[in-house]
Design a protein around this ligand. Structure first.
Ligand code: NAD
Length: 256
C-alpha cells in the first residue's frame, strides 16, 4: 500500500533536522527506519514520535566517524534482514577560509562529513550487494557554487559528490543506485546553531538576510528534502543513479 513497504532504511543523523524529516517521511511510507546518531535525546524522541504514529523506528547511538562502531551496528541490522536504503545525512559545519581554518577543524570536518560517509558505505555495501538497494548522500550547494567562508565544509561536500559517483559506477552491477542531494539553506537546528554562534544577538536579522539569498525568498523546510529523498529511494526512481540534485529555491541557477 505504501511506497516503502517492507524496506529497511539506515539514516545517519536522523535525530534532528533533515535526517529527522527523512526518517518521518520514510516511516510514514512503510519503511523500517534505523537511526544512527550521536544525539541520544534527539534521536530517541524521533523514534518515539514515529512509533507513536504506528511506524517502525529504532535508534543506535553512534559516531559515524568511528568505523568499528558503525560496523557493529550495521552488521546487527543486516542480521535481521536486507538493508535496502542507506541515507548518509549526518554532517557538521564550519566557518572559515583556507587560511583561517585550523588543522584540527579541517580534520574534524573530514572525519564526520567524509570518513563518516565512507564508514557507512564500506560497512553497508557488502550486505546491500546481495539484494540491491538505493543510497542517498547529503551534499550541499557548497559543492556546486562558491560559498564564502566555507572552505572545509565545501571541500567535504565535494568529496561526498565524488564518493557518490564512484559508488554509482562500481555498484550498478549489483542493482544499487547511488545519488546525492545538494540543498541550499534549510531551516534546521544546524542553521539556528550557526546563527547563534556567529551572529549572537543578531540572529533574526541574519535569518532574514540568508533567506533572501534564495530566489524563492525563504529557507527550505526539512520535509521538502524528505520528499525528494523519498522519490530518489523509491522504485519510481529506478532510472536515476549517479546524480546530484540541487534543492535550493533557485539558489544555484537563478541568482544572477
Ligand atoms: P542538524 O544539525 O539539524 O542534524 C544533524 C544530525 O547529525 C544531528 O542529529 C547530529 O547529532 C548528527 N550528527 C552529527 N555528527 C554526527 C556523528 N559524528 N555521528 C552521528 N551523528 C552525527 O543538521 P541538518 O541541517 O539537518 O543537516 C543534515 C545534513 O544536511 C548535513 O550533512 C548538512 O551538511 C546537510 N545540509 C544542511 C543544510 C541546511 O541548511 N540545513 C544545507 C545543505 C546541506
Amino acid at each position: 500500500m505504501f511506497r516503502l513497504d517492507n524496506k529497511t532504511a539506515i539514516i545517519t543523523g536522523g535525530g534532528s533536522g533533515i535526517g529527522k524529516a527523512i526518517a518521518v517521511v520514510f516511516a510514514n511510507q512503510g519503511a523500517r527506519v534505523h537511526i544512527l546518531d550521536m544525539d541520544e535525546q534527539g534521536a530517541t524522541s524521533v523514534v518515539k514520535e514515529i512509533t507513536t504514529d504506528g511506524g517502525k523506528a529504532h535508534f543506535y547511538k553512534c559516531d559515524v566517524s568511528k568505523q568499528a562502531e558503525v560496523k557493529q551496528i550495521v552488521d546487527g541490522i543486516a542480521a535481521g534482514g536486507a538493508i535496502d536504503i542507506l541515507i548518509n545525512n549526518a554532517g557538521i559545519a564550519h566557518i572559515g577560509t583556507a587560511d583561517s581554518t585550523a588543522e584540527a577543524d579541517f580534520d574534524r570536518l573530514v572525519s564526520v562529513n567524509v570518513k563518516g560517509v565512507y564508514n557507512c558505505l564500506h560497512t553497508v555495501l557488502p550486505h546491500m550487494k546481495q539484494n540491491g538497494g538505493s543510497i542517498l548522500n547529503m551534499a550541499s550547494i557548497a559543492s556546486l557554487v562558491g560559498i564564502p567562508d566555507r572552505f572545509a565544509y565545501s571541500m567535504t561536500k565535494g568529496a561526498v559528490v565524488g564518493m557518490t559517483l564512484s559508488v554509482a559506477k562500481d555498484y550498478l552491477k549489483y542493482n544499487i543506485r547511488c545519488n546525492c542531494i545538494s540543498p541550499a539553506r534549510v531551516h534546521t537546528p544546524f542553521v539556528d546553531g550557526f546563527l547563534a554562534k556567529n551572529y549572537p544577538g543578531n540572529e533574526a536579522e541574519m535569518f532574514e538576510k540568508l533567506s533572501k539569498t534564495q530566489p524563492i525568498g525563504r529557507m527550505g523546510k526539512p520535509e521538502e528534502i524528505g520528499y525528494l529523498a523519498l522519490y530518489l529511494c523509491s522504485n519510481e526512481a529506478s532510472f536515476i543513479t549517479g546524480c546530484d540534485y540541487p534543492i535550493d529555491g533557485g539558489f544555484t541557477k537563478l541568482n544572477n
